[in-house]
Structures are given as structure tokens and as C-alpha cells.
Design a protein around this ligand. Structure first.
Ligand code: ADP
Ligand code: MG
Length: 665
């Protein structure tokens, strides 16, 4: 890296005394490599398309704002940290001559170690997940604009970045430099730099040639309005007003103009304002700047609680995708403020199954000096959590009733998370089941209320089938008898479905019942067409006992039992779990984690099927009967999305049967 960029440190006439302490002796800058994931992210930044670059400023402003929030929080316990410079603010300084854009905050700042850690690795799980998605996407450039990538987004517009930072209360400042390629350099700040950055962080972006539009004041204002208007701290635009300066004759007058910073955001706590004065656009902007979102909110909930506790709530349900939904921590990300001071986004103000909800809760009553650990057990917080959860749910119910399409979309995105509440929150279960929408054999976005309203005569249970893939479920033979009787079946494909259904819940007095488990008996429900009945009659003609004996003999230990089926009309065979054990899909998931019960399935046979009937005759040799029995078992496995136990043997057996023929037509 060239040495010219340190030129500003070396002006000896600066009056400021060295504030940087002993670290300032000239000593070569240390070089560090970027973590591999960062390097990958940076490579992508280089290819960002023009329309996406705006977000870099939003990311840097959001970091500056976080830094101010953190300082204000630490200063509650240590007021000295704020003392000499109490007005927290963010400054943006375009310099057309130098082609630099500088973002400065007087927040918490970073120590040397923090610079290395924070600006050299990726800590956020969301960004990691984002990278995963990018890897899948092949051409990921279109995704950058939709998801924040944090500090590194600055490399979309800059080919060189110099960060000078001083941690609040520290007597040393450090400089971090990078061109975004292999790594970065770090060294103690020179005298002038250290004097200029008395607390907080200064980020100098050396703009790429195609990014110089960000030097224009109106361009900066546009981006700030769009993405950062609700940042709590004043954002000041420092620089020349071009038209004015062109007119100015006197150079000094021009210089004075340059000194006058202008606030370009509203810096108001929008959640404190009354609902009646806010428009949907205001909420959309607030959502973007408060929650760092790129989409528009699908649901907005804004209210003020008064009474035993008073607090303001502004919550959003995203309309876009979220990448950290299945992060193992399952944290909710609501921001907790106490009397306008940001405290934490870690206060679990919503249960994990609402972790996709974003927004702010601002309490008037909580003590400011409450430590984050104490928050976990605070009864006031617990009461807020309960009340906020209740409000959010009733808002969701309102949307579901008034705008079913909008709710269907929300459910599409987050239903798989809300379903966790079915088993984690028994108190809310009925309400959550009411909000649920299902793909069923009767259509999409079906509610349980619709299901129950459309129950067939004598039908007393809610039937479902769990699997990984919708198309495969739709083709599953276990649906046949239900279909013949016009019985609707829920087709469940989310990973959590195997779990909650194992609790054997009920809804409106109707139990949930799996079609791949236990005995299903549709006999009381009349068939839609006569055909189904004929099949049943046909079945009576077969010597069931002989068939079952032959198949049991061939399958041995592979199955726990062989039975005549009441759920098949067209297909020959299917595998089900016993009524007492776990559903087949749950058993499959559990055994992948070596937690399976080891329970063997039951093979059910359609006694009316020609392939099954052939087993009853007792004619033909034993080897052929065994082949057919095994084939029935294996095709049932395949229909459930499994592989036959021994695929090679399966193929051989199939070939043998096809070549010889089995004598049925
Ligand atoms: P995120 O903000 O989601 O943590 P970023 O990539 O935007 O991710 O920033 C990484 C980290 O760098 C931040 O978490 C913070 O610790 C640190 N950081 C970035 N900018 C600043 C700043 N202006 N002041 C203090 N710390 C900062
Ligand atoms: Mg950030």
C-alpha cells in the first residue's frame, strides 16, 4: 500500500498535543488478512450493480447510530465518557476536490482489537446466511440491494477506505486501511488524526470514479431521506452549497459557508408521535431506517400502552424474506428503548415463534440502569412481553379477517415459524391454529375453520399427511380412500410439522389424525362415487389371510405387521406407522439424528389390487411370491420418498419379474 495516504498525519504545525499515547512512535503498519468469508463478500461488492450502491450509506449511518446508542448506554453507568462532548451526532462530509466522502460519529469508537475483529470478520449470522444464499444463487449481485451486508457495503463505492477510531475513554486512536482486496493494515493514529478523532469513528471513503455522485449534497440527502430519516441522532451534512459557492466572490466567505453543517434527517422518535398524524409512507420509511429493512412492512402495529406501565410500541411484520429465521438462537430483534435511550435488542420482548417481527418498544417506567442480564428476569418486561404478544396476535387476526390475501402471504413467509408456537405455547395454541393456513387436497390457504365447516358427513377428525415435498405428498397412495370419500387432507411440508402433529392436538373438538399412522377407518363416511365401494367389495373376494401369510413370510423382520388396507383404492400397498409410535415422517427425521425409536412400519395391502390378488392363489412358485411381496414393500418405500433398503437387489427383482411376467393382465 502506498504511503501517500498518510500525508495528513504529518503536519507538524498542529497545535494539539499527542493524545494518542505511547503507541504513536513510527512503527510499520501491521497487515492482516481478511477472514475468507469477508474476502468472498468483498469480491461481490466489486460487481454490485449501480442501483444497489445507495445502501452503503445507510449501513455506515446505521453503524454510526449504533455507536452513539452504545455510548449513551455505557454513559449511564460512566457519565464521564460523554462529558466533554455530550451531543451525539453523525456528520457526512463530501470533499469534491479529494473525491472523498467521510462519515464521522462521536459514539463509542473502536479499540485496536475491535477494529481488527469487527472490520475483518463477519459476526452477524444474517450476513453468513446471506452468503449461503448467494452461493446457491449463482449470480448473487441482484441480492445485495435487498439485504444489508454491513460495513463491507462501502466497498461498492470506494476503492480505498481509511477508518480512524478512538474508543470512548481511551487515550489511543488507531487507523485501519484497506483497498478491499486481500486484507487491511492497522496502526496507531498519527498526531493530527488522533487529535481530530477525539472520540468515535471517522470513515473516509475514496470514491470510485463511477460513485462520485455521492459527493452531491442532494444525492446524499436523497439517500438519507430514503433509508435513514428515523435515525435518532442528528445527521449533519457538512460541506459547500454548490450554487452559493459559485456565486461567492470572496474566498473567505466561501470557506465560512463550508463550515455550516445542516441537519438532513428528522431525528424524531416516530413511535412517540400520534398515529393520526402518520401516513403509510412514514411507516414504510421508519421501518427501513429503524429495522434496516429493504422491503415494505406487510403489517404495521403502532400503539401506546397506558396503565400499570406505559410504553410505546411500533412493530412491523416484513413482507420480504429474512435470512436468519432459522438461526439456532431464535432471538427476537425488537429494540428496547427506555425513555428514548436505546438499551438492547436482546430483551426477548416477543416469544421465539414471533422472532420475525421487527420494531421498537420504548418504556417510560423501566429503570435506565437495568443491566441486560437483569432484563431477562424482570417482571415488568415479562408483563410487557405478554401484552405485546397478545396485541400482535390480535392484529394478525384482524388482517387475516379483513385482508385474507395479505395474511396468506405473511403465513407463506412466516407460518413455519409461528407453528413452533403450537407446541411451545399451549395457552395461545387455539389462537395460533386459528391463524394457520394450509395447503390441502381441497386447495391452498385453507384455514382450519374452513376445513371444519366442510367436514364430510360422519367425519370426526382432521386428516393430514406429513412429508418433504408437496408434489410427492399429492401423489401418495395413502390419500386414495380419503379422495374417494371427498375427505380433505392437510398436506404438511414444513420441518416443524412432524413435531407439532406428534402432540396429537385437536381443534374445535376435532383431533388431528395422520394418514400414515395407525388405523384409519373411513367406513362411516359415504363414498363420493360408487366406484370406491366396488373396490371394497372386490377386496372381500380375496383370501386375505393367505395373502397376509405369504407377505409376512417374505418380509420377515422388515415390517412389524401386514394388514388389509382401508386407505388404498388404486395403489397396491403403503407403509404406515403403528397407532402408538411416531408418525413415519417424524420417525424418519428422528432416525436421521440417531434418535429414532426403531419401530418397524406396518405394510398395508390393497386386497383388490391385481398384484396383491395374485399372491392369494397359492399357485406359482414361492420365489415369485417372495419377489412380489418384496416389490410391494419397496414400492411403498419409494412412494414415501425413501430408497429401497437394497436398491441393487430391488432392480434385479424388478427385472426378473418383468422378463418372466407375473401372469396378470
Ligand atoms: P453490524 O452493524 O450488523 O454488526 P457491520 O458490518 O455493519 O455489522 O459492522 C460490524 C461491526 O463493526 C459493528 O457491529 C460494530 O461493532 C463495528 N462498527 C462498525 N462501524 C462502527 C462505528 N462507526 N463505530 C463503532 N463501531 C463500529
Ligand atoms: Mg451495521
Amino acid at each position: 500500500m502506498s504511503t501517500t495516504e498518510t500525508s495528513t498525519d504529518t503536519t507538524p504545525e498542529t497545535a494539539a498535543q499527542s493524545a494518542a499515547g505511547p503507541g504513536t512512535e513510527t512503527k510499520p503498519a501491521e497487515t492482516h488478512a481478511f477472514q475468507a468469508e469477508v474476502a468472498e463478500l468483498l469480491r461481490l461488492m466489486v460487481h454490485a450493480v449501480y442501483s444497489e450502491t445507495d445502501v452503503f450509506l445507510r449501513e455506515l449511518i446505521s453503524n454510526a447510530s449504533d455507536a452513539c446508542d452504545r455510548l449513551r448506554y455505557e454513559a449511564i453507568a460512566a457519565p464521564d465518557l460523554l462529558a466533554d462532548d455530550p451531543d451525539l451526532k453523525i456528520r457526512i462530509v463530501p470533499d469534491a476536490a479529494a473525491k472523498t466522502l467521510t462519515i464521522v460519529d462521536n459514539g463509542i469508537g473502536m479499540s485496536r482489537d475491535e477494529l481488527i475483529e469487527n472490520l475483518g470478520t463477519i459476526a452477524r449470522s444474517g450476513t453468513r446466511a446471506f452468503l449461503g444464499k448467494l452461493a446457491e444463487a449463482k449470480d448473487g449481485t441482484g441480492l445485495i440491494g435487498q439485504f444489508g451486508v454491513g460495513f463491507y457495503a462501502a466497498f461498492m463505492v470506494a476503492d480505498r477506505i481509511v477508518v480512524t477510531s478512538r474508543r470512548a475513554g481511551s487515550d489511543a486512536a488507531f487507523v485501519w486501511r484497506s483497498t478491499g482486496s486481500a486484507g487491511f493494515e492497522i496502526e496507531p493514529a498519527g498526531e493530527a488524526d488522533a487529535a481530530r478523532v477525539a472520540r468515535g469513528t471517522e470513515i473516509v471513503l475514496h470514491l470510485k470514479d463511477d460513485a462520485t455522485k455521492y459527493l452531491e449534497p442532494w444525492e446524499i440527502e436523497r439517500v438519507v431521506h430514503t433509508w435513514s430519516d428515523n435515525i435518532q441522532f442528528p445527521i449533519l451534512l457538512v460541506g459547500k452549497d454548490k450554487d452559493e459557492s459559485e456565486k461567492a466572490e470572496d474566498e473567505k466567505a466561501e470557506d465560512e459557508k463550508a463550515e455550516e453543517p445542516r441537519q438532513i434527517n428528522s431525528a424524531s422518535a416516530i413511535w412517540q408521535r400520534s398515529k393520526s398524524e402518520l401516513k403509510p409512507e412514514d411507516y414504510a420509511t421508519a421501518y427501513k431506517s429503524i429495522c434496516g429493512a429493504f422491503d415494505d412492512p406487510a403489517i404495521t402495529l403502532h400503539y401506546r400502552a397506558e396503565g400499570r406501565q406505559s410504553y410505546a410500541v411500533l412493530l412491523f411484520v416484513p413482507s420480504g424474506q429474512l435470512f436468519d429465521l432459522f438461526d439456532p438462537e431464535r432471538k427476537s430483534h425488537l429494540k428496547l428503548y427506555v425513555r428514548r435511550v436505546y438499551i438492547t435488542d436482546d430483551a426477548t420482548l416477543l416469544p421465539p415463534w414471533l422472532r420475525f417481527v421487527r420494531g421498537v418498544v420504548d418504556s417510560e417506567d423501566l429503570p435506565l440502569n437495568l443491566s441486560r442480564e437483569m432484563l431477562q428476569n424482570n417482571p415488568q418486561v415479562a408483563a410487557m412481553r405478554k401484552a405485546i404478544t397478545g396485541r400482535m396476535l390480535s392484529e394478525m387476526e384482524t388482517v387475516a379477517t379483513k385482508d385474507p390475501d395479505a395474511w396468506a402471504k405473511v403465513w407463506q413467509s412466516f407460518g413455519k415459524v409461528i407453528k413452533e408456537g403450537f407446541y411451545e405455547d399451549p395457552e395461545r395454541r387455539a389462537q395460533l391454529l386459528g391463524l394457520a393456513r394450509f395447503t390441502t387436497t381441497a386447495g391452498e390457504n385453507r384455514s382450519l375453520a374452513q376445513y371444519v365447516a366442510d367436514l364430510r358427513e360422519n367425519q370426526t377428525e382432521i386428516y393430514y399427511l406429513v412429508g418433504e415435498d408437496l408434489d410427492r405428498l399429492k401423489a401418495n397412495p395413502k390419500l386414495e380412500a380419503a379422495k374417494a370419500r371427498g375427505i380433505e387432507v392437510l398436506l404438511l411440508t414444513d420441518p416443524v410439522d412432524a413435531l407439532w402433529t406428534s402432540l396429537r392436538l385437536d381443534h374445535q373438538g376435532k383431533g388431528f389424525k395422520s394418514l400414515s399412522q395407525g388405523d384409519v377407518d373411513f367406513d362411516l363416511v359415504p363414498p363420493v362415487e360408487e366406484k370406491a365401494d366396488e373396490t371394497a367389495k372386490d377386496a372381500g373376494a380375496v383370501d386375505e389371510a393367505a395373502v397376509i401369510a405369504a407377505v409376512k413370510l417374505a418380509l420377515g423382520e422388515k415390517v412389524s405387521d401386514v394388514k388389509a388396507s382401508k386407505r388404498l383404492t388404486d395403489s397396491a400397498a403403503c407403509l404406515v406407522a403403528s397407532g402408538l409410535g411416531p408418525d413415519r415422517e417424524l420417525e424418519r427425521i428422528l432416525s436421521q439424528q440417531n434418535r429414532g425409536s426403531g419401530a418397524k412400519p406396518i405394510l398395508e395391502l390393497n386386497m383388490g389390487h391385481p398384484l396383491v390378488k395374485v399372491l392369494a392363489g397359492g399357485s406359482g412358485e414361492a420365489e415369485r411370491s417372495a419377489d412380489i411381496a418384496l416389490l410391494l414393500y419397496e414400492q411403498a418405500q419409494i412412494l414415501d420418498g425413501e430408497l429401497p433398503d437394497d436398491p441393487a437387489a430391488f432392480a434385479k427383482r424388478l427385472n426378473r419379474l418383468v422378463t418372466r411376467g407375473i401372469g396378470v393382465g
